[in-house]
Design a protein around this ligand. Structure first.
Ligand SMILES: *Cc1c(COP(=O)(O)O)cnc(C)c1O
Length: 356
């Protein structure tokens, strides 16, 4: 649910996944966790990316479950627990192990040392062990195998120190759909733990591209999932251009013949990638209309010469289907040289999110 549910709206999506049976929500920060708590009063909320000094009280007050690995996380949570007179073992935390991404977590070799913090008197309870797979979208599984082996080293130390931990918290959408859920599940079972996967992207109805996957498997997941988001705007007004007329900032488009163009109410301030000007097409009246000229902050212009029935107020599709045509977040990502995760999370706050 991080990044406002990948741009889809936490307020709309978090209650929807809880209604569908989700018991845990994952967010990145304490701020996001507090927001998630306002829309979901009872779900567990995992705060993935650390606790800053001063945020411990909010973690306790809103019953958030932080991922911890740094000395500052322990210090902050322990002092908030003292201030709140929290009972021993009353604050569940998930300890992250760095199995190779070098982003978050303790080295497996540090595990025994860090475990000393989890005394019976500590207000913190080691409820989960977490790591993040950084190449789950690579079909050969080599890196994931190495990461799980490093994780196993840490789990062995945790077990021999006498801790029994409930959750093995590993794996994103690619791990879930790319066939690694099995390996995660059996690792968890070997240590008497339950597997907790953290799919994000797939929740929104898209399958990550698995590098080197057999096409059949990729297609299967694509057919089983349905994107939940459509992104729409409308035609503001139309005008006719004469040969020699130019369009937009810096005149990057010049008409060479009479044209009909539509002004649309979306720009880079809404998340439409600026570099798509003169390089992408959107849908109106079920047909593709090329973006011409530069994309402005608030507006863009489409060539609708071939679609003469277009009128002011017509619906324009940036992502979604119209007639027999479809534009996906993958199409935007390819044209913008990025990944669909970034396309979704850049859709601006001023674009209203509406549940249908
Ligand atoms: C974002 C994130 C996920 C979800 O990744 P998807 O590829 O969107 O499924 C899982 N775990 C962590 C730690 C993340 O940061």
């Amino acid at each position: 649910m991080k990044a406002d549910a990948y741009g889809h709206s936490l307020a709309l999506c978090a209650p929807a996944v809880v209604r569908a049976g989700a018991q845990w929500l994952g967010v990145t920060s304490v701020e996001e966790g507090v927001h998630a708590r306002t829309v979901c009063s009872s779900a567990r909320i995992l705060v993935i990316s650390g606790v800053f000094p001063g945020q411990g009280a909010a973690v306790l007050k809103h019953n958030l479950t932080p991922v911890v690995w740094d000395e500052t996380h322990f210090a902050e949570l322990e002092s908030a627990a003292r201030a709140a007179n929290a009972a021993p073992q009353s604050i569940p935390v998930h300890l992250e192990i760095d199995t190779g991404m070098s982003r978050q977590g303790i080295a497996p070799e540090e595990t025994a040392n860090v475990l000393k913090r989890f005394t019976p008197q500590s207000p913190l309870r080691l409820e989960g062990v977490m790591t993040h797979l950084y190449a789950a979208d690579e079909a050969d599984g080599r890196i994931t195998g190495e990461q799980l082996a490093r994780l196993e080293l840490a789990l062995t130390q945790i077990k021999s120190a006498g801790h029994s931990v409930e959750w093995l918290n590993v794996g994103n959408s690619a791990a879930l759909l790319g066939g690694q859920a099995q390996a995660i599940g059996s690792l968890a079972a070997r240590f008497g733990m339950k597997a907790l996967l953290r799919p994000g992207f797939a929740l929104y109805g898209l399958a990550p591209k698995v590098e080197g996957a057999e096409d059949d498997r990729q297609l299967l997941t694509e057919q089983q999932l349905k994107p939940v988001l459509a992104w729409k705007t409308r035609v503001v007004s139309l005008r006719t251009l004469q040969p020699g007329d130019t369009v937009g900032y810096n005149a990057t488009f010049t008409a060479t013949e009479p044209m009909r163009v539509a002004l649309i109410a979306v720009g880079y301030g809404d998340g439409l990638t600026r570099s798509l000007g003169n390089r992408f097409a959107l849908l109106v009246r079920g047909r593709r209309a090329p973006l011409i000229g530069r994309v402005s902050m608030d507006q863009a212009v489409m060539d609708v010469t071939e679609i003469p029935e277009v009128q002011s107020g017509d619906e324009v599709i940036l992502i979604g289907s119209q007639g027999g045509e479809t534009i996906t977040a993958f199409d935007h990502a390819k044209a913008a040289q990025t990944i669909p995760w970034e396309i979704f999370t850049r859709i601006g706050a001023r674009v209203p999110r509406v549940a249908v």
